[in-house]
Design a protein around this ligand. Structure first.
Ligand SMILES: NC(=O)c1ccc[n+]([C@@H]2O[C@H](COP(=O)([O-])OP(=O)(O)OC[C@H]3O[C@@H](n4cnc5c(N)ncnc54)[C@H](O)[C@@H]3O)[C@@H](O)[C@H]2O)c1
Length: 267
């Protein structure tokens, strides 16, 4: 039987974290690096990649930084190619990149809807399809972890119809792909965060980001008062749940979604 230290040890494994430069993605990247994995941080923002590089040991050969828009197939291929050339394999895929602009459905344009679905859902299809092929070829199994949201189960506020459609989509995709890839020992699970303090959630509170008719301050106050644990989550709260799913601690789990929300879905 493996010891707890061995179960958590990711040395020799390689992970890709999309949107891994700040917020939840950075929390996940940090824990995977600490557990010994090689990590590719793929992010659309060069500025955020620089911030991540400064926070992590920028000279470490354990981390690759790749600027990429996850909604574009050529960028997905670039991430895979560069990761394979830096580290030789891909064992863990974390589909984390996501956007959550707030717009009432009656004001929502086709472009608004397409953008959210492309970044949050189509990207998950493209990375999974390409990386599952690599994993199957290597015959060593793998882990795919999709960051959904409590909005994959229950709406948290008005203005997020496109977002909620995308996250329900990711959860449905997770379950079907888990079924399909289980015979290859590729385990596919999801983590559904509640309210987590990140640059993304901070920017939704800026004036001009609010949809007409939605009082964001009131909505946030209501949301906070509904959290039984009485605090927003930290990126590391999600990083720890993802580490569990990425490690051998979760050796018999596939097609599951772990809710990490301070109890908010109970209310
Ligand atoms: N923060 C929360 O309260 C919360 C709750 C539930 C679910 N989530 C989910 O967690 C994930 C991360 O959220 P966050 O709050 O950390 O976001 P964030 O905005 O703080 O950080 C997201 C990162 O993803 C990058 N990114 C955005 N679009 C990208 C693209 N097209 N290609 C590559 N990178 C891209 C950004 O540059 C940024 O570095 C998202 O999928 C989000 O839906 C967040």
């Amino acid at each position: 039987m493996k010891s707890i230290a061995e179960l958590l040890d990711l040395k020799g494994k390689t992970a890709i974290v999309t949107g891994g430069a700040v917020g939840i993605g950075f929390g996940i990247s940090s824990r995977l690096i600490e557990a010994g994995a090689n990590v590719t941080i793929a992010d659309i923002s060069q500025g955020n990649l620089k911030t991540a590089q400064q926070k992590l040991n920028s000279t470490s050969r354990q981390v690759a930084y790749i600027q990429a828009d996850i909604s574009k197939e050529q960028d997905v291929n670039k991430i895979i190619k560069q990761t394979l050339s830096s580290f030789g394999s891909i064992d863990i895929l974390i589909n984390n990149a996501g956007i959550y602009p707030s717009t009432l459905v009656t004001d929502m344009t086709l472009e608004d809807f397409d953008r959210v679905l492309s970044v949050n859902l189509k990207s998950v299809f493209m990375t999974t399809r390409a990386i599952a092929k690599q994993m199957i070829k290597k015959k060593k199994g793998g882990k795919i972890i999709n960051i959904t949201s409590i909005d994959a189960l229950h709406p948290s506020s008005a203005g997020l119809a496109h977002y909620d459609a995308s996250k329900h989509g990711v959860w449905g995709f997770t379950k079907n792909v888990a079924l399909e890839l289980a015979p290859h020992n590729i385990l596919v699970n999801a983590v559904a965060p509640g309210g987590i303090a990140t640059p993304g959630t901070q920017s939704t509170q800026k004036p001009g980001q609010l949809p007409k008719g939605v009082d964001m301050r009131k909505m946030l106050e209501d949301f906070l008062s509904r959290i039984p644990m009485r605090r927003m989550g930290e990126p590391d709260d999600i990083g720890k749940a993802v580490l569990f799913l990425a490690s051998d601690l979760s050796s018999y789990m596939t097609g599951s979604q772990i809710v990490v929300d301070g109890g908010v879905l109970l209310t």
